[in-house]
Design a binder for this molecule. Structure first.
Ligand code: MIC
Ligand code: SF4
Length: 644
């Protein structure tokens, strides 16, 4: 039996561990990526390591999330990131150059390499045939410092593609189709590796749309092979030198195989308020919409946008809607301008926004009260768009274009538009002048780091005590996202480099009193259901609760990145051995957890209010237990000079 592609890349990067499903492995990381909303914290952590340069083969830093300059804060953060990049040998992509994942795909991703990024959609790079994984900022910091990255060896699922997408069905619909099968938890502990005849019908940006949204299923990552189509794309980017021919061996073995016939996939939507809430377009057709936006790291490639432009050509957007376009990168924007497509959007009545995350992370263009918004994005969690009473539907660019025209949720196949094919340009406009390359080391060492007044040092926890005592500060249900725990948006994002301030917003969407209660009770516990912490990689969802005195989170199960972040910042992550125990605990109950011997399971927990005893379990390795004992990973690394 031959090797599959995932195993091949993991094997050549393996530093420690056995490649047996579920066992911890450490891999060498070639490339790293950070963005501004998670990057400031990651670099504050990097500064404490005392290194004079990054050790990763390539590190890139993007300014793409915190773009609203309502006052000095975001601009100060960007200046800080720019000075850090100069000092430590990092590529810095300036604001306006585009969304990190799109730019990385165009200019930096290399088949066969490993990448970790402090953004959960880093798997976008899987569209280029690399192992690209989302991680917490501190883990990316340590990878920049040359340390390996640890994951549990995933199950590798062969997504075997046949057929060809019907006209007006997009790559996004493939992702939505898979979400309809797996939901937001079904991908945990897995990698989706795409194979089959259908591959040759999907270009690199389409593949990247699919790998990008694998994150929403909880996948560790997703990957496509590096084939002739990859070579074509790299040629268009003037990067054919980066290409290697790389795929699964014939007869490769997989832990599971799933057949997907592309020609059977229908246009779909993710209904409010979860990317896992999938329905075929026929179920929601006719619903009036107020806003339609095309963009985000999922669907803002050249072909996505030209598809929309062609569908709008010679027509106007419905008079009652507000329509917006965010090209994924400056390269795409330049290409669209050059070819006249921007004019088509302007003529149709679409608002052109800058190449950035923007409304995807609640940075402007929030819907009005109770409004319905259709977006080509990847997340529609409650309140994420900036308006709690709004309902967001996630769709393909094809469906979004149809909605722009009719003002209603519409099946694009019913518009009577003649099917067409969008070809990528022969060569993209290549202009890297908005990417500042690393300085030579002698010059770099002279650079002074610039820190504005909103950039505050990272607070760290003390060593773990043997008994954790306190009250349940909040009890939450299943699939709680990091957007619930640590919301984003235009008001909150500017505090990403100021933990005391951002902590005031913890759980704000669910419970406005959480912060006051946590302060009054001097910390305590969080109790939750399945898949706690799904979604974004933001480590602020662990750092801020840690700052508020959260000692342990007790849930039915965790999502991967958030679990790692909790450990990194000294919060003990525990699971109910008997899931039904969840029902017998309430907010305000007093708990006592004995963590003196964390390596020995089960862990005992007492409910002092109800007089009950529970058994808890965990998935911590002995190393992770040692990290928790020190109060967190940064403390551990400094003491032992290693992360693993
Ligand atoms: C997101 O899409 O939720 C974000 C904003 O890109 C996050 C990172 C962040 O919170 O800064 C992610 O996906 O990890
Ligand atoms: Fe930016 Fe949205 Fe992509 Fe996150 S999901 S990186 S906020 S575009």
């Amino acid at each position: 039996m031959g090797n599959n592609l995932t195993r091949k890349i993991l094997k050549t990067h393996l530093v420690k561990g056995e490649m047996e499903v579920g066992k911890p492995i450490s891999i060498k990381i070639d490339h790293t990526l950070t963005q501004d909303a998670t990057g400031t914290m990651a670099y504050l952590e990097f500064e404490t390591l005392g290194l004079n340069r990054v050790k990763a083969e390539r590190a890139t830093s993007y300014a793409d999330h915190n773009m609203l300059q309502a006052d000095f804060k975001n601009q100060d953060d960007h200046k800080y990131l720019r000075s850090i990049a100069k000092k430590y040998g990092i590529y810095y992509s300036r604001p306006g150059n585009g969304i990190c994942h799109q730019v990385n795909l165009e200019r930096f991703d290399v088949p066969g390499k490993t990448l970790i990024g402090s953004d959960s959609h880093t798997p976008t790079g899987g569209g280029m045939g690399m192992i690209a994984i989302g991680a917490g900022g501190l883990d990316v910091t340590l990878a920049m410092a040359g340390q390996p990255y640890s994951i549990k060896m995933p199950e590798i699922v062969n997504i075997h593609l046949t057929g060809k997408l019907q006209p007006f069905v997009g790559a996004k619909d493939v992702a939505l189709y898979l979400l309809s099968k797996y939901g937001v938890k079904g991908g945990r502990g897995k990698v989706f590796e795409y194979t089959g005849e259908g591959l040759k019908t999907l270009n690199v940006p389409q593949r990247a749309t699919i790998t990008n949204m694998g994150t929403e299923m909880g996948l560790t990552t997703s990957i496509f092979p590096s084939d002739k189509i990859t070579l074509e794309y790299l040629k268009k980017q003037g990067r054919e030198k980066d290409w290697i021919n790389l795929g699964a061996d014939s007869e490769a073995s997989y832990d599971e195989t799933v057949d997907v016939d592309l020609s059977k996939i229908e246009p779909m939507v993710a209904k409010p308020h979860s990317p896992g809430n999938i329905a075929p377009i026929s179920e929601v057709e006719g619903q009036t919409v107020d806003q339609v936006i095309v963009g985000s790291c999922t669907n803002s490639s050249y072909s996505d946008i030209v598809t929309v432009a062609k569908m709008l050509e010679g027509k106007k957007v419905a008079v009652h809607i507000s329509a917006g376009l965010l090209p994924g990168s400056r390269q795409i924007l330049a290409q669209l301008s050059e070819e006249g497509w921007i004019k088509s959007f302007v003529k149709a009545g679409v608002r052109i926004l800058e190449s950035a995350c923007g409304p995807c992370i609640g940075m402007g263009f929030a819907p009005g009260s109770d409004e319905i918004s259709v977006r080509t994005f990847n997340r529609n969690f409650l309140g994420r768009c900036g308006t709690k009473s709004a309902s967001v539907y996630l769709t393909s660019p094809e469906v979004a274009a149809a909605c722009m025209l009719t003002g209603k949720l519409t099946d694009p196949r019913k518009l009577g538009i003649k099917p067409f094919k969008v070809k990528l340009p022969k060569k993209f406009i290549i202009d890297d002048s908005m990417i500042i390359p690393p300085l030579p080391i002698e010059e770099a060492q002279k650079v002074k780091i610039v820190k504005g007044p909103n950039i505050k040092p990272l607070p760290l926890k003390d060593a773990l005590s043997d008994k954790l005592v306190g009250e349940v500060l909040i009890k939450v249900g299943d699939d709680i996202t990091t957007d619930h725990i640590m919301p984003a948006g235009a008001q909150i994002l500017p505090f990403r480099s100021n933990i005391p301030e951002i902590s005031k917003f913890v759980f704000r969407v669910l419970d406005e009193k959480f912060y006051d209660r946590a302060m009054e009770k001097k910390g305590g516990f969080i109790v939750g259901g399945e898949n706690y912490g799904q979604g974004s990689s933001r480590e602020h969802a662990a750092i801020a609760p840690s700052y508020l005195g959260i000692k342990a989170v007790v849930v039915k199960s965790f999502s991967r990145i958030h679990l790692a972040n909790l450990i990194n910042f000294g919060i003990v992550p525990l699971e109910f051995k008997n899931k039904a125990d969840y029902d017998t605990i309430d907010q305000d109950d007093g708990l006592e957890i004995d963590v003196a011997n964390l390596n020995e399971q089960p862990i005992k927990m007492k409910n002092l209010t109800k007089g009950k005893e529970y058994e808890l379990i965990h998935t911590l390795t002995t190393n992770q237990v040692a990290i928790l004992k020190e109060g967190g990973k940064l403390q551990f690394v400094k003491k032992h000079n290693k992360g693993e």
